[in-house]
Design a protein around this ligand. Structure first.
Ligand SMILES: C[C@H](O)[C@H](O)[C@H]1CNC2=NC(N)=NC(=O)C2=N1
Length: 99
């Protein structure tokens, strides 16, 4: 798994406006807020299954209705297409729950 080139990363991140990028560190983050713990944990359970399918796993922190997610690709030493793909699926899962 190779890291994204900076120009490519910037172009892809423009399609994920809810995510904060630290390109120097090769990480992106997003703070998700839900109605309650059940919604937050449902999101985490859904994304745990996605993570296994993608073989790509988040660093995340949950308390009550909050899920703070950091994505980076350890194998690439930075940001890869897998982080972008995971973020996009997470945005969709979140939007479905928020709807
Ligand atoms: C052995 C296994 O395929 C690797 O460790 C996978 C698992 N999940 C992963 N998740 C993330 N975020 N980065 C990785 O480099 C990674 N590598």
């Amino acid at each position: 798994m190779s890291p994204l080139a900076p120009t490519e990363a910037s172009a892809l991140l423009a399609t994920l406006p809810a995510w904060q990028a630290d390109l120097a560190a090769g990480k992106i983050t997003r703070a998700f807020r839900f109605d309650d713990f059940a919604q937050a944990f449902g999101f985490m359970a859904e994304m745990a299954t996605v993570s296994e399918r993608m073989n790509h796993h988040p660093e995340w922190f949950n308390v009550y209705n909050r899920v703070d997610v950091t994505l980076t690709t350890h194998d690439a030493g930075g940001l890869s297409q897998r982080d972008i793909d995971w973020a996009r699926v997470a945005d969709q899962a979140f939007a479905r729950r928020a709807a």
